[in-house]
Design a protein. Sequence first.
Length: 216
Amino acid sequence: MSENRLRVDIWSDIACPWCYIGKRRFESALKLVDFAEDVEVHWHAYQLDPSLPEHYHGTEQEYLSTVKAMDPQQVAGMLAHVTEQAAAEGLAYDFDRVQPANSFSALRLLEFAKQRGAGDAMKESLLAAHFVQGANVGDHDTLVQLATEIGLDPQDAAAALADGSYTDEVNADIAQAQQLGISGVPFFVLQGKYGISGAQPAEAFAQALRTVHAEL
């Protein structure tokens, strides 16, 4: 590990399918560079749909078709496409099981984990739970179980979720995204000055990392 640390700030939502794909592609990019140990990743909260209830009683396709007023055939094609893209990254999305839910509690839990050095593990767990396992990530008991599975204290996690802890931190992340003009996620900021929007191919991430690292 060198003194030239490369900071990468990533805004994403655990209810964003492209965010999980982007996470995998970025991880693949790190395997393509010889300074991966010098890259510091910092996760930031973002909400695609703050208006979602804690749990929407319906499928992802029904939610997008009914609540978002999207054409059902268009939705089906979109979900099929993103499932195919996810599969190419080794992710087995199952939109028939996905439970649409407000992500704010999950984002608070992510902040809880970040402050205990387990941010990346928690991010991975939340994304997998939502898109692969069909878990209800708006449910506090489910979130406590996920936190426990990565080694965090279940009582502390339950207390943090119950009393609204980390609300300010999540809102601050969202406000910062607005200040930066971020309107979609995932969004990557390298060394505080280079922005990359979307789930780019691994080589594109790797080239950006090489360029910024060379400037350090």
